[in-house]
Design a protein around this ligand. Structure first.
Ligand SMILES: Cc1ncc(COP(=O)(O)O)c(C=O)c1O
Length: 401
C-alpha cells in the first residue's frame, strides 16, 4: 500500500475517509495528481533475468492483467485498509467473488452452513451448481442462530452469511457467529455488500473473509460491475491460485473507476442513510403500508444488534403494501421518478419487487422461508432530495387507493 502525501513526512492517517482518498498507487514520472488508468493487458520486462524472477515470484512485478494490474491493486489496497484485512482480490462481479472464494477453498465432499437469506444467485450456486461437484449445504434461518451448532458436520468448512440480508434486511450477530467458527475451526465468510465497509467491518467482529459486490454502493452510480474478496494473506493466496488460472479478473477500467468511487463512499453512505430514514419515517405513518423493515427502525426485530454492529442503518428499506396482489403492481406502475431496476446502491432511487425479479428462481416455499413475501417491495433509497423520493411514493400510493 502506498499513501500519497505531499511531502515525505511521518504522519499517521487512520480515518477511513482519509485513507480511502490518500491510498494510491505510486506516481509515474509525470507526477499526475489523480491515479492514471493502466489500460494494458500485459507488462514488459527489462531483461530475461528479471522476467524469469518475476514469473518465479522471487521479485514483485506485474506480468499480465489477468493476474494483477496497478488499478486493481489500488482498488484492493483501499478496500483492505477500509475492511482491516491484509490482502484481497478484485473480481469482475460480486458473483465471481463468491464463486472464486468457494472454488479456491473447497473440495468435493465439503459442506457449507449458510444463512438461508442470501442473494438469489448465491442460493443458485448452493442448490444447483455446487451439488454437481459434491459440495453440499445446510441453511439456517436468522431466528434459529442458536441451533447452528447442530447443523455442523465433520466436513463443514465454511459458515456463510449476508448481514443485512438481501432483501429481507435480517441482521446476524457476527461476533457470535465468529466465536462459533473459531470453536469448530471453520471459516466465517460475510457478504458485506449492503452495509459497505463504511457502515460495518466484519473483520473486526471476527470474520475470516469479506466479500463485496462493488457493483452496488462501492460504484454507487450504477455504471460498472465489480467484486472483491478480502482476508488474510494465507487465505487469499489459496483463492488467488484459483482466480489466477480461471480468470474472473476485474478490468483495469472498472478498477480505476471503483477506486475513485471509494473516495466518496463515506459521504454517499451518510446521505443514503439519512434519506432512507426519511423514507422510513414517511412509510411507517402511511395507512397503505402494512409493514416497514429497516435495521435502525425500532420495530426491526434485531434493532439492538443492528445498532451494535452497524454505524448507520443503510440505504435499503423494504416494505409490504397492504393488499399487494391488487395494489402493489399498480403502485410500481404509477411511480414517476423512482426507477424500476434490478440494481441497488445507485444515486437514483430504485424500486424492485424481489419475488418476481432478483429472487424469482427460488420456489414459493423457499421465498416464504426467507421472508420474501409476494407483497415485499425493496427500495434502494438514492441521493435525490428525500422530499422528491417521498412525493413520488406518495403520489403512486394515492393512485392505487
Ligand atoms: C448481497 C449481494 N451479493 C452479491 C451480489 C452479486 O453481485 P454482482 O451482481 O456484482 O455479481 C448481489 C447482487 O445484487 C447482492 O445483492
Amino acid at each position: 500500500m502506498v499513501l500519497i502525501l505531499r511531502m515525505e513526512k511521518k504522519v499517521i492517517l487512520h480515518k477511513p475517509e482519509t485513507l480511502a482518498i490518500r491510498t494510491q498507487i505510486e506516481r509515474t514520472s509525470h507526477k499526475e495528481h489523480s491515479a492514471p488508468l493502466f489500460l494494458t493487458s500485459s507488462f514488459t520486462f527489462d531483461d530475461a533475468e528479471s522476467m524469469r524472477s518475476i514469473f518465479a515470484e522471487e521479485l514483485e512485478g506485474n506480468i499480465y492483467s489477468r493476474f494483477s494490474n496497478p488499478n486493481c491493486q489500488e482498488f484492493i489496497d483501499k478496500l483492505c485498509v477500509l475492511e482491516h484485512t491484509e490482502d484481497g482480490i478484485a473480481t469482475a462481479t460480486g458473483m465471481s467473488a463468491v464463486f472464486a472464494t468457494f472454488m479456491g477453498l473447497l473440495h468435493s465432499g465439503d459442506h457449507i452452513v449458510s444463512s438461508a437469506s442470501v442473494f438469489g444467485s448465491t442460493h443458485t450456486l448452493f442448490t444447483k451448481i455446487f451439488p454437481k461437484w459434491g459440495i453440499s449445504h445446510t441453511y439456517f434461518s436468522s431466528d434459529s442462530i442458536d441451533s447452528i451448532e447442530q447443523l455442523l458436520q465433520e466436513n463443514t468448512k465454511i459458515l456463510y452469511c449476508e448481514t443485512p440480508s438481501n432483501p429481507g434486511l435480517e441482521i446476524l450477530d457476527l461476533a457470535l457467529l465468529s466465536d462459533l467458527c473459531r470453536k469448530h475451526s471453520i471459516l466465517l465468510i460475510v457478504d458485506n455488500c449492503f452495509a459497505t465497509p463504511y457502515l460495518q467491518n466484519p473483520k473486526l467482529l471476527g470474520a475470516d473473509i469479506i466479500i463485496h459486490s462493488a457493483t452496488k454502493y462501492i460504484d454507487g452510480q450504477g455504471r460498472v460491475l465489480g467484486g472483491a474478496i478480502l482476508g488474510s494473506k494465507e487465505i487469499i493466496e489459496k483463492i488467488r491460485f484459483f482466480a489466477r488460472h480461471s480468470g474472473p479478473s476485474m478490468s483495469p477500467f472498472n478498477a480505476w473507476l471503483l477506486s475513485k468511487s471509494l473516495e466518496t463512499l463515506s459521504i454517499r453512505m451518510e446521505r443514503h442513510c439519512q434519506n432512507a430514514e426519511k423514507v422510513v419515517e414517511y412509510l411507517e405513518k402511511h395507512p397503505s403500508i402494512e409493514r416497514v423493515i429497516y435495521p435502525f427502525s425500532l420495530s426491526h426485530p434485531q434493532y439492538n444488534l443492528a445498532k451494535k454492529q452497524m454505524k448507520l442503518g443503510g440505504g435499503i428499506v423494504t416494505c409490504i403494501i397492504k393488499g399487494w396482489i391488487d395494489k402493489g403492481k399498480r403502485f410500481i406502475d404509477e411511480l414517476q421518478m423512482c426507477s424500476l431496476s434490478a440494481n441497488l446502491g445507485d444515486t437514483r432511487t430504485i424500486i424492485t419487487h424481489p419475488a418476481s425479479t432478483t429472487h424469482s428462481k427460488l420456489t414459493e416455499e423457499e421465498r416464504q422461508h426467507v421472508g420474501i413475501l409476494p407483497g415485499l417491495i425493496r427500495i434502494s433509497v438514492g441521493l435525490e432530495h428525500y422530499e422528491d423520493i417521498n412525493n413520488d411514493i406518495q403520489q403512486a400510493l394515492e393512485k392505487c387507493q
